[in-house]
Design a protein around this ligand. Structure first.
Ligand SMILES: NC(=O)c1ccc[n+]([C@@H]2O[C@H](COP(=O)([O-])OP(=O)(O)OC[C@H]3O[C@@H](n4cnc5c(N)ncnc54)[C@H](O)[C@@H]3O)[C@@H](O)[C@H]2O)c1
Length: 457
């Protein structure tokens, strides 16, 4: 692999025709095929461990990045190994000879052919897979949550330090240009919201039964047990079992609680959570409500509330950051949140100030005019409504949600510079401490108090 930095602008230009929508896997893959198998000097050769739902999404995004070439795939499920062979038809080098059941065999046989590994196995295997790959001299993109065990997550930070390899953790919002604009520019640089005292995040989902596939897809029980899974039900629904995952709180909360760290640039001092396994009678909590207290570097206390429900999709998923001068509502899907609301209060920011913010490109001035031909009470209501509708963010993400985070990873790989990463392991470890502690707080029915040193390995 050559370490020349590739030109992302060229790629955006090339992909422009397809950029305004998110087509299906097959359509995208065909369109990007010709563009993406680029010059050899820019090529990064990639192995994949875990080609399930997320592994396929990551590969689908990665193969749109010029020069990224998938060389081999490992998955313990024959059904997913068979799917992986389809990558061969897209010009990648995945054949029946380069799909593996065992990751050690893949690393051994493909050692010379692989520069980096994408890991999207269930959380409990992340540390084992990541540490093995790093020690084998590979760069790693590993999905969140780092692990369902803090000790294992810490071992990943240590393995990265020992090997000096690139390790990106898959909190993809960290590289999403909409989030980067909203958090870095609108909140942190311009202070448009004033002091942000509170944050809110939620991920609500409808009732859903366990995943169950046709029995012809079953993995033989002896193979399943060799890899630590008791049966197909646990293998397919690993999130809901303590051995393999952390339940919805960890699965979904990990993305959103990480944002509290980013906005406030500090760690929490406590978490108090309630929740329970109230609806499904499964192992992990099906609902959690967690409150975090953060202490800023200036010594101020900020509070964040996080909620995950799996029995109602009301409100869906989004995050809010509430400041004295305004609030941001944002979500990974822009239609669910993409605006900044001005705080209408005595002594608060005047609209004219926000027009200036709009001129600086921080927000877009809303088109809707406030009607003045109304009675005074209604006028106030209309003004509040207009403020609540908000000033849209001017940045769009016109590619798959994971692609910028993968691009950031491959940029770091190409220049062999871990400092370029938007979500290195030590940063991801901080939010892992906070997220895993919410489950402990629920189980022990008490507030968990953190010491600052607990966030560092
Ligand atoms: N960043 C995101 O937005 C996002 C979204 C979904 C999932 N994830 C994360 O991605 C990871 C995978 O989640 P998923 O939804 O794809 O789960 P999944 O069950 O659909 O896929 C997991 C895959 O790993 C394979 N696998 C299991 N154990 C293995 C082993 N020991 N060796 C090799 N392969 C093994 C399974 O056969 C399966 O194909 C999890 O860590 C999850 O938290 C991240």
């Amino acid at each position: 692999m050559n370490t020349t930095t590739f030109n992302r602008r060229d790629f955006i230009k090339a992909a422009g025709a397809t950029a305004a929508f998110l087509p299906t896997f097959s359509v995208l893959s065909q369109e990007y095929k010709a563009e993406t198998i680029g010059p050899a000097q820019d090529q990064v050769n990639v192995g994949v461990i875990g080609y399930g739902a997320e592994g396929q999404i990551l590969v689908d995004a990665a193969i749109k990045i010029p020069g990224v070439r998938i060389k081999a795939v490992c998955d313990i499920w024959p059904y997913h190994r068979q799917k992986a062979r389809g990558l061969g038809r897209l010009g990648h080098d995945v054949t029946s000879k380069t799909v593996y059941e065992d990751y050690r065999e893949m690393l051994e046989k493909e050692d010379k052919n692989i520069d980096a590994v994408i890991i999207a196995t269930p959380d409990w295997m992340h540390a084992e897979h990541t540490n093995y790959c790093l020690k084998a001299g590979k760069h790693v993109y590993c999905e969140k949550e780092m692990s369902n065990s803090l000790e294992k997550a810490a071992s990943m930070v240590k393995a990265q330090r020992e090997t000096g390899k690139i390790l990106q953790i898959g909190h993809q919002r960290r590289s999403n240009p909409r989030y980067m604009h909203a958090i870095n520019r609108v909140i942190r640089e311009s202070n448009m919201l004033g002091r942000v005292t509170h944050a809110y995040g939620q991920w609500n989902r409808s009732v859903a039964p366990f995943i169950k596939d046709h029995p012809r897809l079953d993995i033989p029980i002896e193979t399943l047990q060799k890899y630590g899974y008791e049966n197909m039900e646990q293998f397919r629904n690993w999130r809901w079992f303590a051995k393999y995952g952390g339940g919805p709180m960890v699965d979904l909360g990990s993305h959103q609680i990480d944002l509290f760290f980013w906005v406030w640039d500090c760690v929490p001092i406590s978490v108090t959570a309630i929740g329970g396994n109230d609806y499904y009678n499964r192992q992990m909590n099906d609902n959690v409500m967690a409150m975090y207290e953060f202490k800023t570097k200036e010594g101020k206390i900020n509070r964040a509330y996080y909620q995950v429900l799996t029995t109602s999709s009301r409100g869906g998923f989004y995050e809010q950051f509430m400041g004295e001068d305004g609030s941001l509502t944002i979500a990974e899907i822009a239609a669910r949140g993409n605006t900044v609301q001005r705080e209408v209060r005595a002594g608060g920011p005047e609209e004219s100030q926000w027009v200036e913010f709009a001129k600086q490109g921080l927000v877009v001035q809303p088109k809707k005019a406030v009607s003045r031909e109304v009675t005074s009470n209604v006028a106030v209501d209309a003004r509040v409504t207009a403020a609540a509708d908000g000033w849209p963010l001017p940045v769009d993400l016109l590619k798959p949600a994971h692609m910028p985070h993968l691009e950031n990873f491959f940029d770091a790989v190409r220049s062999n510079n871990p400092k370029l990463l938007n979500c290195p392991a030590d940063l991801a470890y901080e939010s892992a401490v906070a997220v895993l502690a919410a489950n402990t707080s629920v189980a022990e029915r008490k507030t968990i108090y953190f010491k600052p040193e607990e966030f560092h390995v």
